[in-house]
Design a protein around this ligand. Structure first.
Ligand code: ZN
Ligand code: ZN
Ligand code: FE
Length: 757
């Protein structure tokens, strides 16, 4: 007896376009002898499937449990239908307009199948640097419009040869509908140039580039989301030459090497770190240095960590297949500018940095930096989110109107929402740079087009002078909503976890404009998406010279000494006091007394800076957070805190910095090592904020704690605070999708605006 044929309609939403979803469905349907069709529509992938009930069930199960590697299924709706008269299973051709709302996938590292083919001398793509398939290769960076089809990508310049076309057309081939499909006959090619844009007469450009790297030359290499500047990472004179030419004083340079085994020669790698390194997103992962090691000292001076990534393009694998086996791969830009993506632009801007250029003729439409993560408090913590992750959305628990959120001024990213999805852009950078500001505008244009979003609301920071505030002011026909910086920080972490009930938010960072016009950054807030109440803060201290106090932490040190000791600071027996010219100390104190260019700040980032300067770690920084990073790096393992205190007025808590500063000074005057001082300072913050959070939790009956803000890039603080709050039965949430720093703020702005709209 045969069961009757049944029919079902499956509506699948999520990342189901450009990921080989239809051929995958086709193959599954064939496996279970189903008839029907699969199509891409504006509502996602629609499948009409008919066959035996058991077969339909098995098909359904496989579809959900084993989707193609790059797919992300957000939702499946299944409807009963009457069987139709159909003989076979077919893939319906895309009709263009219907596919506009489907999601675009990130650029994905070369898959194992393709990598093996590339190193197979018998394969027609042997050593071809642009090999890819349905499961790997460029996506986001080569798309200029939707639907995602070859004519809407930078691959439109290359007409497929008959062999490639046959793969593309064959539903059983692993390159079926792989839009960037190419081979040495029909696809993009690499070419090597010298820095005067003269091509090198040589057969194998890649081999020649490797030889040049071995000889210590700096080679600009065009990658997936932009140019890198590469040198042999073990060659100190080459690395320091790159630093000088790039005018990059101290920020660590990223490394790339072919495999984990090589990484383990110079850094410690845990199992989790290994899996993140090898994930298809291939981020740069911060790893503890092994000492001694073979890496040139100027790769990451004064840091305990190396930023390391594995190869992600076929070209990287070719380059790292032989000596030199560790390359510095730093972004191809001058410090503070966005990375070069176009060949002409690279020849222009990098000509006096790079000795040679290894370029190719596949255009990059949208710049995308390497992503950067570290592992802390049991999870992956993004520091810079770009290539490999963007444009995967944050899936929300409810639908929101179309919103554009403009982010912060530094580490800028923007967010666009559509229904139950929030798309956070790739890292854009610091908007005060003109080129970066252009990139900001281009990214908004590009994302609104490829995501087909027409914002009705624009959300932006309250800061009156932010450059993005200016952009918002000029927009017309949209509702404008301003969002407080730290409110946005906390709500952005809430959005990752789908939280909407009130939470206690610890928002710790360097700088954010407060509702009272002061510079906030050490805030305890009770937060819902639509509102916040400040219930605690670090007491305000003067910030002499405003932003100069960020670049020169010694100014903050004077400010804290002034608060803690007044005129007695002159009597302190402290190495710091001997290092600073007394006249300068006088000037700073007069600025403070008169309030000249001296805003008030409650920033925890500045407290870190001040203590780092007092300890002699550094008096000036070349990038924000540098002093705090170094202090974290040298902090000894200790749980002994310094004294701390807060004033309590009603339900409001004001943390006084004086006791901490006095204890730090006493330690230093007694000759205690910087390592111990740094360790005890961390222990103080952990103990103090745990105790205070428990108090506030008892006051308000809220036991969900959310940690956000750039200070939480500090793994010691994040891990210590998370552990100690957990131990007190509080639920602790932080970031694992977007950065805790200002790179995640646009998500929170969008969610606040959605709640207020
Ligand atoms: Zn592949
Ligand atoms: Zn071909
Ligand atoms: Fe911030």
């Amino acid at each position: 007896m045969t069961s009757p044929i049944i029919a079902r309609r499956f509506e699948i939403q999520g990342i189901v376009q450009g990921v080989g979803f239809r051929p995958h469905v086709f193959q599954l349907a064939t496996k279970y002898h189903l008839t029907g069709s699969v199509a891409n529509t504006s509502a996602g992938v629609i499948i009409h499937a008919q066959g035996l009930p058991e077969a339909i069930d098995a098909f359904h199960h496989d579809l959900v449990k084993h989707p193609p590697p790059l797919a992300h299924i957000a939702k499946v709706n299944v409807y009963h239908q009457a069987p139709e008269n159909c003989e076979a299973f077919t893939i319906t051709k895309s009709d263009g307009t219907a596919e506009k709302s489907a999601l675009i996938t990130p650029d994905t590292s070369v898959c194992e199948d393709c990598r093996q083919e590339m190193f197979d001398p018998g394969d027609r793509r042997y050593r071809y640097p642009f090999i890819n398939c349905t499961n790997c290769g460029p996506r986001y960076t080569i798309i200029c419009d939707i639907p995602y089809d070859r004519p809407n990508t930078s691959m439109r310049e290359f007409e497929m040869c008959p062999a490639c076309q046959a793969e593309y057309d064959d539903p059983t081939d692993r390159r079926f509908h792989a839009q960037p499909n190419a081979c040495p006959v029909c696809g993009p090619q690499v070419t090597l140039f010298d820095h005067r844009h003269r091509p090198l007469e040589d057969g194998d450009s890649v081999q020649k580039a490797i030889d040049l790297l071995t000889e210590g030359y700096i080679v600009a290499i065009k990658g997936l989301g932009g140019f890198h500047l590469a040198v042999d990472a073990t060659n100190e004179s080459a690395v320091s030459r790159l630093r000088q030419r790039k005018v990059r004083e101290e920020k660590p340079l990223a490394l790339m090497t072919a495999n984990l085994k090589t990484i383990r020669r110079f850094a410690y790698v845990t199992d989790v770190e290994a899996s993140v390194l090898a994930s298809r997103q291939r981020p740069i992962v911060l790893l503890h240095k092994r000492i001694p090691n073979e890496i040139a000292p100027s790769v990451a001076p004064r840091s305990n960590d190396f930023g390391v990534m594995l190869p992600y393009t076929p070209l990287h694998y070719l380059l790292l297949d032989q000596e030199p086996i560790v390359l510095v791969m730093t972004s191809g830009n001058r410090t503070d500018e966005p990375i070069a993506i176009a060949n002409d632009d690279a020849f222009d801007r990098l000509a006096d940095i790079a000795d040679y250029f290894l370029v190719h003729n596949r255009d990059i439409y949208l710049r995308s930096d390497d992503s950067l993560v570290r592992l802390a408090a049991g999870g992956v913590r993004p520091i810079r989110r770009a290539r490999g992750y963007v444009p995967v959305p944050v899936f929300l628990h409810h639908e929101v109107p179309p919103i554009l959120a403009l982010g912060a001024e530094l580490k800028n990213t923007v967010c666009l929402t559509k229904a139950d999805r929030a798309f956070v852009s790739q890292h854009i950078g610091d908007l005060e740079n003109v080129e970066t500001h252009r990139f900001f505008i281009k990214t908004i244009d590009h994302l609104t087009r490829i995501l087909d979003i027409h914002p009705e609301i624009v959300a932006f920071d309250m800061h009156p002078d932010y450059l993005n505030t200016d952009y918002a002011r000029k927009m017309t026909g949209v509702t404008k909503i301003t969002v407080q910086h730290h409110h946005a920080h906390i709500v952005s972490a809430m959005a990752e976890h789908g939280l909407s009930e009130p939470v206690i938010g610890l928002a710790f960072d360097g700088t954010g404009y407060g509702t009272d016009g002061h510079v906030w950054g050490g805030e305890i807030l009770i937060v819902t998406p639509d509102a916040f109440k400040r219930v605690g803060q670090l007491a305000y201290v003067p910030m002499p010279g405003s932003t100069a106090a960020i670049r020169e932490p010694w100014r903050m040190a004077i400010s804290y000494l002034d608060v803690a000791f007044g005129d007695n600071l002159w009597n302190l027996n402290l190495p710091f006091m001997e290092q600073i010219d007394p006249e300068k100390i006088d000037i700073i104190r007069r600025m403070i007394a008169r309030g000249l260019n001296t805003p008030q700040t409650s920033s925890l980032g500045r407290l870190f800076d001040g203590v780092a300067a007092l300890s002699g770690i550094r008096h000036r920084v070349t990038f924000e957070g540098q002093a705090a990073m170094e202090m974290e790096g040298m902090a000894a393992e200790t749980k002994t805190p310094y004294s701390y205190e807060w004033e309590e007025t009603g339900d409001y808590y004001l943390i006084r910095p004086e006791p901490i500063i006095r204890d730090v000074v006493e330690s230093l005057a007694a000759g205690v090592s910087v390592e111990i001082v740094a360790g005890r300072f961390h222990a103080t913050l952990i103990r103090m904020f745990t105790e205070l959070t428990i108090r506030i939790s008892q006051d308000c009956g809220i036991n969900q704690i959310v940690l956000s803000g750039g200070v939480f890039q500090n793994a010691r603080l994040l891990t210590g605070l998370t552990d100690s709050l957990y131990a007190k039965d509080l639920k602790v949430y932080t970031h694992s999708i977007v950065p805790a720093n200002d790179g995640g703020i646009c998500l929170g702005q969008a969610m606040v605006a959605a709640a207020l709209a």
